[in-house]
Design a protein around this ligand. Structure first.
Ligand code: NAP
Ligand code: MG
Length: 422
């Protein structure tokens, strides 16, 4: 038993019936339920790890695809607005429909990605960091500390317009100002078939990306790296570089110096090379696409997508916590067929602990924040004791690990957690 837990334990032993009093909450967390295997895990986590310990106070939104379809996706917008109101949300993984899903769920339309809808409403930056446990070492042996990816969550290729060029002809970019003369640049004089893409971003969004990164670096006392391809993209990427530089100099340089941390800009290819040689322990800010790709690289090098935390931080200081992986469809169909699954719930548990800890911080509820720390520690201790799901058993250096099914892993975490409290 470690210190925070011991203090809490003594308190409970002093209570008359010697039964654990549930930890109180004051403000609700916005709870967004989701789909498939992660929806099953969601309920297990609540039943086994949260409700027995916390007087859980949430405002529930069902973002499962069935209910999104019933509400014409209104529920996603309502959940994002509630997140703005309360400041902290936790989200289960959800299906982003494609043609097959439209058929499978008999959807009225091919709804947009819920994460896309939520990010468009909240704006901001997604921070992703690996959850490190002993026995599962990164493939990159010099990575001693986690590398946190800060992914810009707006624009670029994710909000681009594309065209297939069927044959010879001219493609131009045309800007038609609300008042004034239009301007054009030639993209290409096609002599053959080809493809073309128009991307955009917005200075206000880039500014809030920069501020979210600088604030998160100060919050977590880690250096911040940022990289783009400004040597090739002299206007587009250069704008990102300039905005970061201006905001850093005007608003953050002194605070960084005081905190003993640094801001470092380099080219994206140089950043990739340096990351492979680095020790970790810093935040790597990436444009939207780079962040998408690089967070998958970092998580798979550290073991598993299921061992990665993910939080969207908006410029107004709103936090939405989720797992970085999807709904684990393949496992869900096994589950439906009555077969046993061994799906890793750690990232989903850490989404809950992130939200509970933040709620505790904002509302001054120390025992709620301590509970979040304890639950995270219970997950890590359980895995380090050799009990884990199949994905981790396949890569661990621990000898003879015990492979547990989805529910038994959660129950093993509960038993570790009870050891801290009872
Ligand atoms: P996925 O859920 O990320 O799973 C892909 C594979 O990765 C799984 O089949 C499994 O491999 C492994 N895996 C991922 N998470 C795991 C976990 N927690 N424990 C153990 N293994 C895990 O991707 P998908 O199945 O291709 O996508 C399913 C749905 O998720 C899609 O409809 C997609 O739209 C959605 N999605 C949602 C989000 C989100 O809401 N944030 C993000 C991405 C995707 P094995 O099968 O080899 O065991
Ligand atoms: Mg990705």
């Amino acid at each position: 038993m470690y210190q925070g837990a011991r203090a809490m334990n003594e308190e409970f032993q002093e209570s008359e019936e010697n039964v654990m009093e549930k930890i109180k909450m004051t403000t609700p967390i916005v709870e967004m339920d989701g789909d498939e295997m992660t929806r099953i895990l969601w309920q297990y986590i609540k039943d086994e790890l949260l409700l027995p310990f916390v007087d859980l106070h949430t405002e529930y939104y069902d973002l499962g695809l069935v209910h999104r379809n019933e509400t014409d996706d209104r529920v996603t917008i309502d959940a994002a607005n509630a997140t703005k109101k309360y400041g902290v949300a936790v989200k289960c993984a959800t299906i982003t429909p494609n043609a097959a899903r439209v058929k499978e769920y008999d959807l009225k339309e091919m709804y947009k990605s819920p994460n896309g809808t939520i990010r468009a409403i909240l704006d901001g930056t997604v921070f992703r960091a690996p959850i490190r446990v002993k026995g599962i070492e990164p493939c990159v042996k010099n990575w001693k500390k986690p590398i946190t990816i800060a992914r810009h969550a707006y624009g670029d290729v994710y909000k681009s317009s594309e065209m297939v060029i069927p044959g010879p002809g001219k493609v131009e970019l045309v800007y038609t100002p609300e008042d004034g003369d239009e301007s054009r640049v030639l993209v290409h004089e096609f002599q053959s078939t080809g493809v073309v893409q128009g991307q955009h971003n917005l200075n206000p969004s880039i500014k809030s990306f920069a501020r979210s990164c600088f604030n998160y670096a100060l919050d977590t006392r880690q250096d911040l790296w940022f990289a783009t391809k400004d040597t090739i993209s002299k206007k587009y990427d250069h704008t990102f570089k300039d905005i970061f530089e201006e905001i850093f100099e005007a608003e953050y340089a002194a605070k960084f110096q005081e905190a003993g941390i640094t801001y470092f800009y380099t080219l994206i290819d140089d950043a990739v090379a340096r990351v492979m040689k680095a020790e970790g322990g810093f935040i790597w800010a990436c444009k939207n696409y780079d962040g998408d790709v690089m967070s998958d690289m970092i998580s798979s090098a550290c073991g598993s997508l299921a061992m990665m935390t993910s939080v969207l931080v908006s410029p107004s200081g709103v936090y939405e916590y989720e797992a970085a992986h999807g709904t684990v469809m393949r496992h869900y169909y096994k589950h439906l067929a009555g077969e046993e699954t061994s799906t890793n719930s750690v990232a989903t548990i850490f989404a809950w602990t992130g939200a509970l800890r933040k709620r505790g911080e904002l509302d001054g509820l120390d025992d709620l924040s301590a509970f979040a720390d304890n639950l995270e520690k219970a997950c890590i201790d359980t895995i380090e004791s050799g009990k884990m799901t199949k994905d981790l058993a396949l890569i661990t250096e621990t000898e003879n690990p015990t492979v547990l099914n989805s529910l038994d892993f959660i129950r093993a975490v509960r038993s570790t957690l009870e050891g801290f409290y009872l």
